[in-house]
Design a protein around this ligand. Sequence first.
Ligand code: NAP
Ligand code: G4F
Length: 329
Amino acid sequence: MAKRALITGVTGQDGLYLSELLLSKGYEVYGLVRGQNNPKLPLLARDVPGVKVLTGDLMDLSSLIRALNIAQPDEFYNLGAISFVAYSWENADLTAEVTGKGVLNALEAVRLYCGDDMTKVRFYQASSSEMYGKVQAVPQKEDTLLWPRSPYGVAKVFGHYMTINYRESYGMHASSGILFNHESPRRGPEFVTRKVTQAVARISLGLQEELVLGNLDARRDWGFAGDYVEAMWRMLQQDEADDYVVATGETHAISELLDVAFAHVGITDWAPLVRQDPAFMRPAEVDLLIGDPTKAKTQLGWELKVGFTELVQMMVDSDLAEQKALSGK
Ligand code: NAP
Ligand code: G4F
């Protein structure tokens, strides 16, 4: 019989890649979609038509239980969240509800659905390198002390420890992937990589004059989302649930991202085209992220396929194609 999976956050970047991966493995895939007329539904139907859509919201426990009863999944991937760090300061309460308490709702829904057979469903939680915040070790590993620097990071810490707690309290097969930044052509344009690649495409086509950014000194460990969803799946295939860092082990400054993206369209001096604006600075910054993926590589057999330069170039190419189609240039 085909395995069944239920994914929250199915309309997001990772939800789309994970759905594709699971469908390619023969899974029956159910996706939880919030709202009565979600604007991303046409994208989901176009890109991954095999996903069966269920309505629900992480803030509504009964909707999660209903979705579980319909989907009857073997695997539950909790990817739903308010995921934009900058937004989380302006909407801290909402972020706590969705990104933090939403994890508890998902765990509790699975616990209630499983009843006295906790082996029925395996659970994946989308934890984040943002939890390391003011980093206490370099590189960051599974046991590095967490020191979150944003309401989003704090909410993720709550979800992370709740996942561990359900594993320890109820014997649930609940794993956390501590994923470092991962990007793709499907990344939302509010995140810095996509903001840069979209602007580079538009500038090279004469559709935009400048790119306005915040802190150019922050460093991130950026990988490709398509590679990272493979690690999520591998975690749920293990006999024992556990926590894993998923990262490239390399770090790059925003200025290096600008170097690669602009060079790909033949612009070597980007300084005159980029302006910094304090409006994009954050109340507290995460200065340096670099993960140690040794455990994921050795225990899960996970491999990275796409490197930093290839990733940025792939995103610029995709944005060039999109902007040409939109503008007719
Ligand atoms: P994303 O593109 O922002 O997608 C977030 C998803 O969450 C969307 O499908 C969104 O649905 C859904 N969502 C928002 N509020 C919800 C609610 N109240 N109930 C149910 N679903 C809700 O994020 P992503 O990049 O795919 O990331 C997936 C997960 O990994 C997130 O939990 C994120 O925090 C975490 N993560 C991401 C990264 C990264 O670098 N991408 C790194 C570490 C961890 P709508 O379509 O309705 O908005
Ligand atoms: O692309 P970002 O918004 O991603 P951030 O804050 O690292 O968060 C992402 O990765 C986390 C994993 O570590 C996820 F958990 C989270 O859900 C999300 O996917 O910002 C990256 C860096 C920051 O240091 C920011 O200050 O880029 C800097 N930055 C500079 N100018 C900017 C901008 N970020 C954005 N979004 N927009 C700017 O104009």
